[in-house]
Design a protein around this ligand. Structure first.
Ligand SMILES: Nc1ncnc2c1ncn2[C@@H]1O[C@H](COP(=O)(O)OP(=O)(O)OP(=O)(O)O)[C@@H](O)[C@H]1O
Ligand SMILES: Nc1ccn([C@@H]2O[C@H](COP(=O)(O)O)[C@@H](O)[C@H]2O)c(=O)n1
Length: 241
């Protein structure tokens, strides 16, 4: 098993992170397979400027990358099993360090008590709260079979295994956080917009200010501006003909 380099951690902070762990805003998004986590994360990102990190997406990308652990990840996902925490935490840590943002929605994580414990000891990050999408199995199954995104695990056999893992391994994480009053349980059976309306108030404190929106705009147009500047420098008389 690959081990997370402990050299990357200093006093509960990610050493090469620009922002101390305590100042990062992390929300964990949990719920059964197909309960609508990814769909709502997209809407939260649009409205509140979070970075969306889906543990499942990171694992799928790693599986495709041809890395040493790729085949093991692929096999575990096909069996609906939880990939060893060392692998998933490392991928999340890497993705978080790459971002300048201080607000992260971590979707589909922690999926086991092992996931939770390792993330805590490696990053020192305490989640602000946990969104838990509550949805009956029949509705989740209907949604997964209709998703049509070419996922290898959206078939009846793997879906059955994913539900079993969810009940046996992931629900204990929700119970853990319930003890600390950190869980917002959301009725996920409603329409996408209704579900979003019910979670929106939980994110009001993260509403972007005017200057943050301005900064985002500057960041978005910077690559274009530097490209134009480069063109000007290389054009005789300093302008395009
Ligand atoms: N409230 C909703 N009502 C009906 N369909 C929905 C709703 N939310 C999401 N869906 C649809 O259900 C399917 C699963 O949604 P989504 O991918 O967001 O779930 P998920 O919880 O992220 O699943 P997984 O854990 O398997 O990645 C998608 O096809 C999505 O369009
Ligand atoms: N923390 C996690 C998250 C996911 N997995 C594996 O990925 C599969 C797909 O996850 P989705 O969130 O995209 O549905 C899941 O069934 C697990 O096999 C994991 O191991 N650990």
């Amino acid at each position: 098993m690959e081990k997370v380099e402990s050299g990357s951690v200093e006093n509960g902070t990610l050493a090469d992170f620009q922002i101390p762990a305590k100042k990062l805003n992390v929300v964990f998004v949990l719920g059964g397979p197909g309960s609508g986590k990814g769909t709502q994360c997209t809407k939260i990102v649009e409205a509140f400027g979070f970075v969306h990190l889906s543990a499942g997406d990171l694992l799928r990308a790693e599986a495709k990358s041809g890395s040493e652990s790729g085949i093991m990840i692929d096999n575990m996902m096909k069996e609906g099993k939880i990939v060893p925490a060392e692998v998933t935490v490392k991928l999340l840590e890497k993705a978080m360090k790459k971002s300048n943002n201080d607000k992260f929605l971590i979707d589909g994580f922690p999926r086991s008590l092992d996931n939770r414990e390792l993330f805590d000891s490696v990053t020192g990050i305490e989640p602000r709260f946990i969104l838990f999408f509550d949805c009956p199995k029949e509705e989740m199954e209907r949604r997964l079979l209709g998703r049509n995104q070419g996922r290898d695990d959206d078939n009846e056999d793997t879906i059955r295994k994913r539900f079993k893992t969810f009940i046996e391994t992931s629900l204990p994480v929700v119970k853990f956080y319930e003890e600390f009053d950190k869980v917002h349980k959301i009725d996920a059976t409603r329409t996408v917009d209704e579900v979003f309306s019910s979670i929106e108030p939980l994110f009001q404190e993260f509403k972007r200010t005017g200057s943050e929106l301005q900064e985002e705009l500057v960041q978005a147009i910077l690559p274009y501006l530097s490209c134009r500047l480069g063109a000007l420098v290389h054009t005789p008389f300093g302008f395009d003909k």
